[in-house]
Design a protein around this ligand. Structure first.
Ligand code: 5GP
Length: 187
């Protein structure tokens, strides 16, 4: 049975609003050997979401899965629980996780050969305008900006690569290049 031990694990981190979700989706479209893990969360679904973004569960259900050791990593972020189920990618596929920094630190200690890529905004002003553009409330924008320095500082400590998200196309090209170089050094 295929398991994560046979795959490369790539972890995409970065402050909220930097564009991780969009980048992750495009990487999956462009790299046919990349498998995106679907996380669990205890947060409620946003009106803009279809239900496929996460496995949405209530907090007791999430906590039971933690107690049963069913997560590869998990963390509490802004009052909600998020976790990656133990990955089981199809044979020959590498794993992509799009998660926050506490979880990435767990992955790195569990699987030191995993590759952590930190995605940064061109500037704080740009991050703020991206958060506002996606319709986040003032409170939410401030919450996100308030934690972005800490996320970036911890991210820099554990990241193997740092990529600045100037334009989507440049970012995707740069990350695909990173994936190629990591795979070549593995093979
Ligand atoms: P959101 O609520 O905006 O979808 O996600 C909030 C944060 O949780 C984002 O930084 C996202 O990358 C992160 N996240 C999503 N899934 C997971 C997961 O499985 N584990 C961890 N540790 N963080 C996650």
């Amino acid at each position: 049975m295929p398991s994560v031990a046979d795959s490369s694990v790539f972890v995409l981190i970065g402050p909220g609003g930097v564009g991780k979700g969009t980048v992750a989706r495009l990487l999956i479209e462009r790299d046919s050997h990349l498998w995106l893990s679907r996380s669990w969360t205890s947060r409620s679904m946003r009106p803009s979401e279809s239900g496929s973004e996460y496995v949405f569960v209530d907090r007791p259900t999430f906590e039971l899965a933690v107690a049963e050791d069913r997560f590869y990593e998990w963390a509490e972020f802004h009052g909600n629980l998020y976790g990656t189920p133990i990955p089981s990618p199809p044979a020959g596929m590498d794993v992509l996780l799009e998660i926050e920094v506490q979880g990435a630190a767990q992955v790195k200690s569990r699987h030191p050969q995993s590759t952590v890529i930190l995605l940064l905004p061109p500037s704080i002003e740009e991050l703020e305008s991206r958060l506002r553009a996606r319709g986040d409330s003032d409170d939410h924008v401030h919450l996100r900006l308030g934690s972005s320095d800490a996320e970036t500082a911890i991210g820099r400590e554990i990241a193997d690569f740092v990529v600045t998200n100037h334009t989507l196309e440049e970012t995707i090209t740069e990350i695909l290049g990173i994936l190629d170089s990591v795979r070549q050094s593995r093979d």
